[in-house]
Design a protein around this ligand. Structure first.
Ligand code: ADE
Ligand code: ZN
Length: 339
């Protein structure tokens, strides 16, 4: 990669809009927490973990993802997990994060909602104060557990609504379409929350349409299969509803054979508001900068396209318009110095 482009990627202020905090659990921390909390792991070493992280599809990843997070038991564990991620983001010039958490993956194994959200939000507040990283917190429903469980989770979240900015939908996609969650999403919208949903990662373009129409989402998470439906692409261009694309995730979960086959550049050149994000960086081989570098290299993105992707991250964020405008101006000024 040429030095100008690497410099742009590393130093421009950036956002992360598609990040599962449980997906930042690095093998070293997993072992340390397993030891501390007396949890047995199916791995003997970090090398064994690395060997196990060879996935065939989304489900094969989710199996290890839910297994790994069993080491997270105490409020401090959630704090340490989140703070380690924020420190890493500060090193990568990320200034704003909108992160997901999966309460059901913890409450179903006996860890309280308060333990989870308390540890995460303590770290987010400290990260804002000490590292200057602003944040939003998005509660995801595990779609494979169905709508009744999502409604129960919505009820459990009521005492903590002031800490939650949006709701999302994740876990096994195919066979669990968005429209099944319309009632709980309407409750979130009525409470003033933003809505997003994973759609078109493994599922068909129809799931993206249904997330837009039935769940009133302000962003689509992944959404790469939109390119199969020209009408949908035209709609996304017209409305500028953003896609939070996660290139390394898509390669590791075999949505595309290799990075050279990824359709991010086609979506960008069609005029879709595409952003780059890391999804579950501890499992997919790279944080945000690495996602930018590998994508730009494999697809031959121009400097201007890299800058556009960085700017799209702010446009697609939930930041107030005045703050967005300030960042966009700063990015243009910084880019003009190097390009
Ligand atoms: N949970 C964590 N990462 C996910 C992904 N990429 N898709 C669906 N659910 C997830
Ligand atoms: Zn995701």
């Amino acid at each position: 990669m040429n030095q100008t482009r690497l410099h742009l990627i590393e130093t421009l202020p950036k956002t992360e809009l598609h990040l599962h905090i449980e997906g930042t659990l690095m093998p070293e921390m997993m072992f340390a927490l397993a030891r501390k909390n007396g949890v047995a792991l199916p791995y003997a070493s970090v090398a064994e973990v690395a060997a196990a992280y060879a996935f065939d599809d989304l489900q094969s990843f989710l199996n290890l993802y839910y297994e790994g997070m069993a080491v997270l038991q105490h409020r401090q564990d959630f704090y340490d997990l989140t703070m380690a991620y924020l420190q890493r983001m500060a090193d990568e010039a990320v200034v704003h994060v909108e992160i997901f958490f999966d309460p059901q993956a913890h409450t179903r194994r006996g860890v309280s909602f308060e333990t989870v959200i308390g540890g995460i939000t303590d770290a987010l507040k400290d990260g804002q104060a000490r590292l200057g990283i602003s944040y939003r917190l998005i509660m995801c429903f595990l779609r494979d557990l169905g709508e009744a469980e999502a409604l129960a989770t919505w009820q459990a979240a009521q005492p903590f609504l002031a800490l939650i900015d949006g709701v999302g939908l994740d876990s096994a996609e195919v066979g669990h379409p968005p429209e099944a969650f319309q009632a709980v999403y309407q409750m979130a919208l009525d409470a003033g929350l933003k809505t997003v949903a994973h759609a078109g990662e493994e599922g068909p373009p129809e799931y993206i349409w249904n997330a837009l129409n039935d769940l009133k989402v302000s962003r689509i998470d992944h959404g790469v299969r939109a390119l199969e439906d020209p009408e949908l692409v035209a709609h996304l261009v017209h409305t500028q509803v953003p896609l939070t694309v996660c290139p390394l995730s898509n390669i590791k979960l075999r949505v595309f054979d290799d990075m050279g086959q990824h359709n991010l550049k086609s979506l960008l050149e069609a005029g879709v508001c595409v952003t780059i994000n890391s999804d579950d960086p501890a499992y997919f081989g790279g944080y945000l900068v690495e996602n930018f570098v590998q994508t730009a290299d494999a697809l031959g993105l121009s400097d201007a396209q890299v800058v556009q992707l960085v700017k799209n991250g702010f446009v697609a964020s939930d930041l107030p318009d005045a703050e967005k405008a300030g960042y966009l101006q700063r990015i243009d000024a910084l880019a003009a110095q190097v390009v």
